[in-house]
Design a protein around this ligand. Structure first.
Ligand SMILES: [Cu+2]
Length: 379
């Protein structure tokens, strides 16, 4: 596979004019494949919406600079980042593109699309940006993060396109996340390196190494960067992350009204109010209406018959922030989390007779263990 994938001298950056693609789609010039409307290669070429330009082999990331003016591509087998100019690409398309590949896709020569190449180190993968005009590229093989200056007029023309410094990370970084670092307005100051293997950073607990996220101080200019903190993660590889300013988040402490259905973002029509709890029968259809409050379910006994179809609503009527309850009815495979104010409705068929306990799964108070009840299914 490796030989096949890397057999060409270059790969191609694909440039798609998605405004033109939208027009083609709206004009109905598509074919349907598996229910998807697809623009064929021939249609794309005819409508000037697809172009190629060569890029270093085995490309990994393609990241757009904050002003939308440059596209940074890293080829894993090339120690450079290659910086394409959006304006140059547009100018080249405007001037007309002669060369095509074997399928007829126009190829913009690299010298007409590339603004700069910066040698950053071995195994460059992904690039993020800060608020000082620097770019940061993860280096998998060097296990480092490179800082380099964007030489364009919107960034650091005084420094040109140059490598500023690298900071070692532990180890084998994949993605990096700078604060709002892939937006039009990066925040700078901090970067997190999402590393693949922690190797010797932590006490060994066996052959499977924790992944290791590292917080890097990028607040100063020039060649100073510093790893501040390690955070081991077990489980799967964290592939990507975003850092956003905390003041962008305005979460609710509790749901706005009692009986809230998070799926519809409104009060559920089935929500149960205190005093109207009970078990109601209509033929073989049983409706259970239940409330949960520290540390009690009402009703505590639910009696039904084998063969009943059960529709069961639980409303957490708490308004306190630290009043999440759970609800487990394990035999019928029911396991819920009920945040303050939340209402959940579930259904099942009472296929097996017997007495089954249901209980809270959050340690909600000193009486948490008493927050339980019994479902009796009569044969
Ligand atoms: Cu509870």
């Amino acid at each position: 596979f490796e030989a096949g994938v890397s057999q060409n001298t270059t790969d191609f950056l694909h440039i798609i004019n998605w405004h033109a693609a939208e027009e083609v789609f709206l004009a109905g010039d598509t074919v349907e494949i598996n229910g998807m409307q697809v623009i064929t290669l021939d249609t794309a070429i005819e409508n000037n919406l697809l172009f190629f330009t060569p890029e270093p082999r085995s490309p990994h990331g393609a990241d757009v600079a904050p002003h939308g003016d440059f596209i940074v591509v890293s080829g894993k087998l090339d120690p450079h980042v290659t910086v394409y100019s959006f304006q140059k690409i547009m100018d080249a398309i405007e001037a007309g593109v002669e060369e095509t590949d074997q399928y007829g896709v126009p190829i913009i020569p690299m010298e007409d699309s590339v603004e700069a190449q910066v040698e950053v180190g071995l195994g460059p993968l992904h690039t993020e940006f800060d608020n000082q005009g620097y770019a940061y590229t993860s280096l998998f093989l060097d296990t480092a993060v490179a800082r380099w200056s964007l030489g364009g007029e919107n960034y650091r023309p005084e420094d040109g396109w140059t490598l500023q410094s690298t900071v070692p990370v532990q180890y084998n970084v994949g993605h990096i996340a700078a604060a709002e670092g892939d937006t039009v307005d990066p925040d700078g100051r901090y970067l997190v390196s999402l590393n693949k293997w922690s190797v010797d950073r932590f006490l060994s607990t066996g052959p499977l190494l924790p992944q290791n996220l590292q917080l890097v101080d990028i607040s100063q200019s020039g060649d100073f960067m510093q790893v501040l903190y390690d955070m081991p993660l077990t489980g799967g590889e964290p592939h990507y992350a975003q850092i956003i300013k905390a003041d962008k988040l305005h979460p609710w402490d509790v749901y706005p009204e009692i009986g809230w259905d998070p799926v519809t973002q409104s009060v559920s029509p089935d929500a149960v109010e205190p005093g109207e709890e009970g078990v109601f029968r209509d033929g073989n259809n049983v409706t259970v209406r239940m409330t949960a409050v520290r540390s009690h379910y009402t009703p505590e006994h639910v009696e039904i018959r084998q063969g009943d179809h059960v529709t069961w609503t639980i409303t957490n009527i708490e308004r306190a922030r630290d009043a999440t309850h759970g609800f487990a009815l394990p035999y019928y495979n029911i396991n819920l989390s009920l945040e303050p104010g939340e209402s959940i409705t579930f259904e099942f068929d009472a296929t097996r007779d017997g007495v089954f306990s249901y209980y809270c799964t959050e340690f909600c108070s000193a009486l948490h263990l008493e927050m339980m009840g019994y479902l009796t299914v009569q044969p």
